[in-house]
Ligand binder design. Structure first.
Ligand code: PMP
Length: 301
């Protein structure tokens, strides 16, 4: 593995509570509520050719994620959008991954945290694809022991930092077994998603995808559904039993970091070959992300 460049030792600027500050100065006090109690929400966004794809949708989800954790981010959607654009420009990036994060500060350090300040930072860096060189040959998903929690057990519609604890456990096990990522089931045993991306299957020429009622309804997921419908491909959202994985001929993941990534294997027994539907949607997605935001708004829901 190539030497890792630690995230705290890079050049550039980070937007923090309204100001651009040098990257290495963006340090947090260890007694921050977000660190101890997981009271943090974040976004993952991608810019292509200088335009942040679906910026409004990401900003709206960030604000809503905070509300689901009981806090209000102290910036308007327009201010957050502007900050995303500013931090990209400050880092001289046009094709980048952006990471806004909002968290409770250090005024209180107990379960009750009503008077903590809500902070917001936005960083960006180059990140070609979540799966790197493995992406286009298709990734292999191991089977996770951990499941997505019931929506009454955790705020599952929020992109809350704490929920990623389960994803990291699942992904580490999958990687230790030689897979690229893990397929997580829902709390009640249906097919869920990967640790940072939604799943689609092609069954009898139709696109099937799990109903996102206990995990994130991804922005890429919604985009791909719109692209498929525009092509006349029928899309079925439903609870998918594990046994249906054997009926699928194609499978792929969707996510901001994963984009559209073909899946070539799930667990030890199931294999897939990307074919017409995956390839068509992948090409349509790659064309869409390069369009100006006004055009994107016209074409995809
Ligand atoms: N599920 C999880 C757990 C994720 O982290 C992500 C990435 N944000 C997704 C799904 C896909 O969401 P999106 O398409 O909005 O990036």
């Amino acid at each position: 593995m190539a030497a890792l460049v630690p995230f705290d030792d890079r050049d550039g600027f980070i937007w923090w509570d309204g100001k651009l500050i040098p990257w290495r100065d963006a340090k947090l006090h260890v007694l921050s509520h977000g660190l101890h109690y997981g009271s943090a929400v974040f976004e993952g966004e991608r810019a292509y050719g200088g335009n942040i794809f679906k910026l409004d949708a990401h900003t709206d989800r960030l604000i809503e994620s905070g509300r689901l954790l009981g806090f209000e981010i102290p910036y308007s959607a327009a201010q957050i959008n502007q900050a995303c654009i500013e931090v990209m420009a400050a880092n001289n990036l046009t094709d980048a991954y952006l990471r806004p994060l909002a968290w409770r500060g250090s005024e209180q350090l107990a379960v009750s945290a009503q008077h903590t300040k809500i902070h917001l930072m936005i960083a960006c860096w180059e990140w070609p694809n979540l799966f790197g060189a493995d992406r286009l040959k298709g990734v292999r998903l191991g089977l996770a022991d951990w499941r997505r929690p019931h929506p009454q057990t955790a705020p599952t519609a929020s992109k809350a930092a704490g929920l990623y604890m389960i994803g990291t456990l699942a992904k580490h096990k999958a990687e230790a077994e030689g897979y690229n990522d893990a397929l997580m089931l829902t709390w009640d045993g249906f097919v869920g998603e990967a640790t940072g991306a939604n799943l689609f299957l092609v069954i009898d020429g139709k696109l099937h995808t799990p109903t996102p009622d206990c995990f994130l309804d991804g922005i890429t997921r919604k985009t791909v559904i719109a692209l498929a419908r525009a092509r006349g491909i029928e899309v079925v959202e439903r609870h998918i039993p594990f046994a249906d994985l054997a009926r699928a001929t194609e499978a792929f993941l969707t996510g901001t970091a994963a984009e559209i990534t073909p899946v070539r294997q799930i667990g030890p027994d199931l294999s897939y070959a990307p074919s017409t539907i995956t390839e068509t949607l992948l090409a349509d997605y790659e064309a869409l992300v390069l369009m100006p935001p006004e055009e994107v708004a016209k074409r995809a829901a």
